[in-house]
Design a protein around this ligand. Structure first.
Ligand code: MG
Ligand code: ZN
Length: 374
C-alpha cells in the first residue's frame, strides 16, 4: 500500500524535479512572454554614427534640399543631448567625442583623458576587452579628434603623431580614413603602417585601390587610407563613405561571433559650417545620410544591431531663411565656430527606446554600454 501510494508520488516529484526547464516553460509561457516584452532586447552590435557639426538646421537643410526626404527619418526614436564640455558651454569635437567614447565631460581639446589629463577607458577599448570586433570609418584623417577620442589618450587633439601610435596597441579590427602621413611620415621615423602590417594587418591605400573593390578578408584586421592628409570634400569627388560604411559593417560582422562596435563619422559637415558654406554643409549632410541608409538597411535585416546617430555639436549657428523654397534654400550663419544648442539623437534597433528624452552627451556612452549589458 505504502509503496503503491508512494511510488507514483515519488515518480511525480521526480518528473518535476528532473525536467524543471520544460515545466517552467510550460507553466510560465504567458508570464515570460510579457516579461520579454517589458525587458529591453539587447543588441549584439552597436553602430554609432556622428555627423560632426550636425545640428537641427543642418539636418533640415539636407532634408529640404533632397525633395523632403532623409534616410535618417527611418529611425524610430529621437532625443536631445546637452553638448557642453567641462570648461566651455561650447564644446569642441575632442571633448565632445571623449564624452561619447568615455562617458566623462572633459576640457576642449582633450582626447580620451579626463580634466586631470588622466586616460579614461573608451567604449572601443571595452568592446575589445569583451571580445567584440571594433572599427572606425571617417571622412577626416583617422587621427582627427572624433575618431581619436575612441582609441587614443593624449592631452591635445593636435598630437596627431602621438594619436597614431595608439592604433597598433588597440586591437582595432578595421579603420578607414585619411591621414596616412601621421603613420609613415613621422618626426620619430617610425613607420606605423609597416609595424601594423607586421602584426597581421592588411593596410591598403586609395591611391592603389578603390574601397569598392579592395579585398576585405575578415581573417585579417584591415586598414584603408583615403588620403595622405584630409580626404577630399564631396564636392571634390570624395564618394566612399556610404560604401565604406556598408562594407565595414559586413566585415566586422564576420570578425567576431560576439558582435562589434563601430563609429562612423560624417566628419566634414562641421567643415562646411566653419567655412560658412551652406552648399558644403548640404553636400556633406546628404553623403552622411546615404551612409545612414546603408547602415539602416543592414540593421533592419540583422535585427541585432543598435544604430545611434547624433552630432558632437552644431557649427556655424546655421539658419534657413524664411525666403527659402523646397530644394532652394537661403542660409545664413552667426559664427564660424561651434554653438552650444541642444543636439538631436536618433536611434534604431534593439535598445533604441533608451535614447528618447533630454540628457547629457556623456549619457550616450552609458546608454550604449548599458545596451550591451556591461
Ligand atoms: Mg570630427
Ligand atoms: Zn568644428
Amino acid at each position: 500500500m505504502l509503496t503503491k501510494l508512494f511510488l507514483p508520488l515519488f515518480l511525480l516529484s521526480l518528473s518535476f524535479s528532473s525536467c524543471p526547464p520544460r515545466q517552467a516553460v510550460a507553466n510560465e509561457t504567458t508570464n515570460s512572454t510579457s516579461q520579454e516584452a517589458l525587458a529591453p532586447k539587447r543588441p549584439k552590435n552597436i553602430i554609432f554614427m556622428v555627423g560632426d557639426g550636425m545640428g537641427i538646421a543642418q539636418i533640415t537643410a539636407g532634408l529640404y534640399s533632397n525633395d523632403n526626404h532623409l534616410e535618417l527619418e527611418r529611425c524610430t526614436t529621437a532625443g536631445f543631448h546637452k553638448s557642453y564640455s567641462s570648461n566651455y558651454l561650447t564644446t569642441d569635437s575632442a571633448a565632445g567625442a571623449t564624452a561619447f567614447a568615455c562617458g566623462k565631460k572633459t576640457y576642449n581639446g582633450a582626447i580620451g583623458v579626463d580634466t586631470d589629463k588622466q586616460p579614461i577607458p573608451t567604449i572601443l577599448e571595452e568592446a575589445e576587452q569583451h571580445g567584440l570586433a571594433t572599427g572606425l570609418v571617417v571622412t577626416s584623417t583617422i587621427a582627427h579628434a572624433t575618431p581619436a577620442a575612441f582609441i587614443a589618450h593624449v592631452e591635445s587633439r593636435k598630437q596627431y603623431e602621438d594619436i597614431a601610435t595608439f592604433f597598433p596597441e588597440s586591437g582595432i579590427d578595421l579603420f578607414i580614413g585619411g591621414g596616412s602621413k601621421h603613420f609613415d611620415e613621422r618626426k620619430d621615423k617610425r613607420n606605423i603602417i609597416q609595424e601594423m602590417t607586421n602584426q597581421g594587418y592588411v593596410i591598403k591605400n586609395q591611391k592603389e585601390e578603390s574601397i569598392d573593390e579592395v579585398d576585405m578578408d575578415p581573417h585579417h584586421p584591415f586598414g584603408f587610407f583615403t588620403g595622405r592628409k584630409d580626404p577630399k570634400t564631396y564636392r571634390q569627388g570624395r564618394r566612399y563613405l556610404p560604401n565604406a560604411a556598408q562594407r565595414a559593417t559586413a566585415f566586422l560582422d564576420k570578425r567576431s561571433d560576439k558582435g562589434f562596435f563601430m563609429m562612423i563619422e560624417g566628419s566634414q559637415i562641421d567643415w562646411g559650417g566653419h567655412a560658412n558654406d551652406g552648399k558644403y554643409i548640404i553636400e556633406e549632410m546628404l553623403d552622411f545620410d546615404r551612409a545612414i541608409g546603408k547602415v539602416l538597411d543592414w540593421a533592419e535585416k540583422d535585427g541585432e544591431t543598435l544604430v545611434v546617430i547624433t552630432a558632437d555639436h552644431e557649427t556655424g549657428g546655421f539658419a534657413i531663411l524664411p525666403s527659402s523654397k523646397m530644394n532652394k534654400l537661403k542660409t545664413k550663419f552667426v559664427t564660424d565656430y561651434h554653438t552650444p544648442v541642444l543636439i538631436p539623437v536618433f536611434a534604431f534597433g534593439p535598445g533604441a527606446e533608451q535614447f528618447s528624452g533630454i540628457y547629457e552627451n556623456t549619457d550616450i556612452y552609458r546608454k550604449m554600454v548599458g545596451a550591451y549589458g556591461w
